[in-house]
Design a protein. Structure first.
Length: 315
């Protein structure tokens, strides 16, 4: 099976400019993105291949190495026997490492007369000198830090967030359920490139405050305003939760500050049940003065005077 060619995957020529490559990728990414093709595994696979092709060709060093035949279309090392070194067997003394490279007494009788130390030293950029340079690990690329803002509900329930990296590569980051502000996600291999493995991308999460909800651990807290008739007579009111609205039954004679619990309507846990939602009732009078209500309360108060602060000993 022929290996994928990144130029063919992006539909550009081998002498295409960086701008042409970027433009081609953006068009394909928009067309092939999984969000635009839900359930299409074949399209999702094509999107991954196109993204990998852009990742290689948008990197100047990787593109040059691919053009020289040093790495394949997936960025894997080809080894010593393919391209970039004269095309012949490097251990046979023809072309590549075997052409005209002599070290006097250091030449080995094996490997076509070439000292293996010289081969590894040249491959990893070493200068010989009798030192085993190939035993030293290649330098790893640096990590790169990012910050992204996540809506409150999305942080609680999890989801996906699109991030544009420093190299203009766009990826979808999975946000785990229950993510809190300050949480950091590590995206391996998406940092700066080096002579060895690429560094990682470190994504710090910022959570956007919600207009109604607050969070304490796995529990969600909500203050729900109710009318005076609902407090006195009871009834059913609709309140929001993380995953939609529910009907909440108010008992007769409910007071402001009454706390009601909705089991399992809090933040999902990685394992086990979700937390709970606690709804605190708050009695709200009409915004404008109402003469009828005032008259009724005045009559009621004359016959039913009471002091709600008496039990607190406030005198």
């Amino acid at each position: 099976m022929a290996e994928p060619d990144p130029y063919s995957l992006l539909g550009v020529s081998r002498n295409a400019s960086a701008a042409d490559i970027k433009s081609a990728y953006r068009k394909l990414a928009k067309k092939l993105h999984p969000d635009m093709n839900p359930g299409r595994k074949d399209i999702e696979q094509k999107f991954k291949e196109v993204t990998a092709a852009y990742d290689l060709l948008s990197d100047k060093d990787k593109r040059a190495r691919f053009d020289r035949g040093e790495i394949d279309g997936q960025g894997n090392e080809r080894g010593f026997s393919r391209g970039g070194y004269g095309g012949a067997d490097p251990f046979g003394g023809m072309g590549g490492f075997g052409a005209g490279r002599t070290r006097g007494s250091r030449r080995s009788q094996g490997f076509g007369g070439i000292n293996p130390e010289d081969i590894f030293a040249e491959f990893f950029g070493g200068g010989g000198g009798g030192q085993n340079r190939y035993n030293q690990p290649p330098e790893r690329g640096a990590d790169v830090s990012y910050e992204i803002a996540i809506p409150f509900v999305e942080a609680c329930l999890g989801g996906k967030k699109r991030v544009t990296l420093a190299n203009n590569k766009t990826i979808d980051v999975n946000i785990p359920p229950g993510t809190e502000a300050g949480h950091k996600l590590r995206l391996r291999g998406l940092g700066q490139t080096g002579h060895g493995a690429a560094g990682d991308a470190m994504v710090e999460i910022k959570v956007t405050p919600h207009p109604f909800f607050t969070r304490q651990g796995q529990d969600i807290h909500l203050e729900a305003p109710i009318s005076l008739p609902e407090a006195v007579l009871g009834g059913t009111v609709k309140v929001p939760t993380l995953d939609g609205s529910v009907a909440l039954k108010i008992h007769k004679g409910a007071s402001s500050g009454t706390m009601m619990r909705l089991k399992g309507k809090g933040v999902p846990r990685p394992k086990g049940e979700a937390g709970d939602m606690f709804v605190k009732l708050k009695i709200m009078l009409p915004e404008s003065e109402n003469a009828d209500l005032t008259e009724v309360i005045e009559k009621w108060a004359k016959k039913n005077a009471y002091d709600p602060r008496k039990k607190l000993g406030w005198g």
